[in-house]
Design a binder for this molecule. Structure first.
Ligand code: BG6
Length: 484
């Protein structure tokens, strides 16, 4: 059970909060993870009453759980929840809010602030919290969770860090990457380091290349403006894909403590080579979806139509090739790809083993795949002989281990991460050095793409990876793996 604490949600009436945070906290309550005294203060800019807020919570839960939730738990949960309005035109709004937190005895004085607000407001809110003495952790713990993105490039990330570190030390800052809360991602480290048969083959001698894939059938939806200022590389590659890469390729940490895990991830991210500017066209590929047909949705608009701006060169498809400069991975390509509006959704880490060197004619074709979503499983593909008279007829056999059984508890990534925040476990949050290393890698590509205004490749919504993206492969024996 968590420490007695007050969790303050900024942006509590926003989308993330409605869909993930409030239902997630409800589930934590249901699982007995929140202490009796714990309180959740939702801060909003609208003047709504406590009753109205309670009705909104009810509505969120109705939608999320389709009316199926325990009413006793609901009663307990609702007592924990308090709404507080900080009206934008009230100069004393923040002062009054701070006074409430400091003085009202209902609120435990360990504070966790969850900033689910516009990135441009992060530094401002942290400054205000500090001014009201809400971040001083001499007597009680004080933590701040910051939603992604942390900066929009290396320079802005450094600036943001500079302004918040005036008020917070690294132990108080929880930079979120929600992929790290996914149980299938947590499984990678355990699979790698608890199965000793893997370690001897987890290196350049046995592995041909690695593919890290995130495909979505969804388009940018209502987030056109945000997305057009962001693009796939910033939105997915800089954060989620590089984190998956780090977990797959990092060295074994000294222990599974938060600090040791992060130390190894930082080392790994720092050892990735930057792509030379004059080779970006061979190492990186971008595309934009045009109108097409998506299963279950039917005809969908193209990105430029949704944006109502035919000039945008922002990518909705990005694929890059990277190399890790360390003895384990020297010269082994790692391909990262992410896209909106492809024919299938899924996140996979696929490891291609080298072909049999002595029997060159036999294509050994072994893959090990961590399927992160929609299915959580790990599988290995081997070649086996097809029974029959023909001596060399082989087929691919899949050895699959399902990581999530029907009766296993379903926990959303945000639930795990909110619990970590309340328990003070930073291992699934980003250290500033990880953020900086990731921007250093991505920045030159973004800059190059934004300066090269040639027409971006258009792919049809509802299709698979554009053929043209294969330009980034190191050799013709490599190809995009498609899961089904
Ligand atoms: C978010 C991105 O971080 O991750 C979205 O901003 C993306 O564009 C989402 O759709 C994907 O997350 P998940 O958990 O649905 O795979």
């Amino acid at each position: 059970m968590t420490n007695n604490s007050t969790l303050v949600l900024f942006g509590a009436r926003g989308n993330l909060s409605r869909i993930k945070l409030i239902p997630g906290l409800f589930h934590l309550e249901e699982s007995g993870k929140l202490s009796n005294e714990m309180k959740i203060v939702s801060v909003g800019r609208q003047n709504i009453s406590q009753d109205e807020w309670e009705n909104e919570i009810k509505d969120m839960l109705e939608k999320k759980f389709e009316g199926k939730y325990d009413l006793e738990v609901f009663d307990r949960f609702i007592k924990k929840n308090i709404y507080h309005a900080t009206l934008p035109d009230d100069p004393n709004a923040f002062k009054n809010f701070a006074k409430l937190l400091h003085d009202d005895r209902r609120f435990p004085k360990n504070f966790a602030f969850f900033l689910s607000v516009r990135p441009s407001d992060f530094a401002k809110i942290i400054g205000q919290l500090a001014e009201e003495n809400l971040l001083n952790d001499d007597e009680y713990w004080r933590r701040v969770l910051i939603e992604k993105p942390f900066g929009t490039d290396l320079k802005s990330a450094i600036e943001l860090q500079k302004s918040i570190s005036k008020h917070l030390n690294e132990k108080q800052i929880y930079r979120i990457d929600h992929y790290l809360g996914k149980s299938a991602l947590q499984n990678i480290l355990w699979t790698r380091f608890t199965n000793s048969i893997l370690e001897p083959i987890w290196n350049k001698n046995y592995i041909d290349h690695i593919q890290i894939t995130n495909h979505e059938t969804l388009g940018v939806g209502e987030r056109t403006q945000f997305y057009d200022a962001t693009g796939a590389l910033r939105d997915m590659t800089q954060s989620h894909l590089l984190q998956m890469l780090a977990l797959t390729t990092m060295e074994k940490p000294k222990s599974f403590s938060p600090d040791d895990i992060r130390t190894e991830k930082i080392k790994l991210l720092k050892s990735i080579k930057s792509i030379p500017i004059n080779e970006i066209n061979k190492h990186a590929f971008r595309g934009q979806y045009k109108s097409g047909v998506i299963e279950k949705e039917g005809h969908v608009k193209g990105y430029l139509e949704e944006l109502e701006n035919t000039k945008s060169i922002v990518e909705t498809y990005a694929a890059i090739r990277l190399y890790i400069d360390n003895p384990r991975w020297k010269n082994i390509p790692v391909y990262l790809r992410t896209a909106k509006r492809l024919s299938q959704s899924g996140t996979f880490i696929s490891i291609k083993f080298k072909n049999n060197q002595t029997e060159k004619k036999l294509n050994s074709n072994n893959w090990l795949v961590f399927s992160i979503q929609p299915k959580e499983s790990t599988y290995f593909e081997i070649q086996t002989k097809i029974p029959g008279l023909n001596e060399s007829d082989l087929r691919t056999t899949k050895l699959e281990g399902i990581n999530r059984l029907d009766h296993d508890e379903k926990i959303d990534a945000y639930e795990t991460l909110m619990l970590d925040l309340l328990e003070g476990n930073q291992s699934r949050f980003l250290h500033i050095d990880e953020v900086k290393a990731a921007w250093s890698l991505i920045d030159p590509i973004i800059k190059y793409w934004s300066e090269n205004k040639e027409k971006v490749h258009q792919y049809t919504a509802g299709t698979s990876d554009p053929k043209e993206s294969e330009i980034i492969f190191e050799n013709k024996n490599q190809f995009w793996r498609e899961e089904n």
